[in-house]
Design a protein. Sequence first.
Length: 392
Amino acid sequence: MSIIDGPFVTIVLDGVGAGAAADAASYGDTGADTLGHVCDAARPHLPNLERWGLGSLRDLAGVAPAPAPVASYGILAPRSAGKDSTSGHWELAGLVLENPFPLYPSGFPPEVIEAFALQAGVSGVLGNRPASGTTIIEELGDEHVRRGWPIVYTSGDSVFQVAAHVDVISLPELYAMCEAARQVLVGEHAVGRVIARPFAGAPGGGYVRLPEARKDFSLPPPGPTLLDALRAAGVRTVAVGKVAALFAGAGVDEEIKTRGNADGIARTIDAVRRAAGTRAFVWTNLVDFDELYGHRNDAGGFARSLEAFDAALPELEAVLPAGARLLLTADHGNDPCIPGTDHTRERVPVLLYEPGRPGRPLGDSLSFVDHAATVARHFAARWDGPGMPFIQ
């Protein structure tokens, strides 16, 4: 096994699925195909992803197969139960869940809301339904300001989200409410994340979320992950975006919070520059595809977001130091072109760029956990978890 001292960089394009998984029907997602449907509907111009081999991966309208792809290309299939960001990232880190996190398509049951209200010290809550965060604060923001009750909502993820105006419920108070919710949400109601969603603005409209003050209260992984294995091998782990929150900080040396894709790309580039000459794993999540467009059934916005990432790809390539590898993948699907606004049970693309090495087909029989084995192999780290590396 050859030891490579350059960094390994993984960028998760949140929600960018590559077609229905074999068990999609059991999740109500027959026919889901995020990339295929977005390309059919909006024809994004993706010359750099095309050069990497995205069009060689599978048929995509407007994305041609590359004669000589610069990246290796394949498809990862999920094994974990569920189709949310936490289970997807945990599986990419080598941890397979047998049972999915609980979801609440009709809102949380009375016993959960009552226990939360008691622990949080409030007389009631607003909302308690699946919703877009921006939409629900527009709908209920004025009532929240008037009554002082927190807004509780969920989504296609296993999340209990608490929104509050910073002038009504201060940030320390909101965080304390979320800590109370985390204590309540155990056992059968152990959601993947409790999320504090503060906002500001004036009544009558104009409310804006404050993403820099968002705080996640996640379940810790129930077992060791790739991140733990890397740290044991002396590899520095850097999490960009929401990755650290999905692991409750376990196994993460440095957390870098971001404000959307553009900021996430910029901070990834900076992290890679700082990682030159070191053994570092930089793991980034770019959330806009999922949060801004997939959940809102906005195929055009999804396509524009893909184009913006595509335009940034050459700079990401250019900053890679000697011995580095850059991998693109996803954590689940979020098809904006089919009914519903939830995540979709899909396979995901994997594109692996190894500077100076030609791309090759990796096949379509890989699993999410193979990502963990591959990153461990890059650093010659001991890996006792599942998966097979697709590098030498």
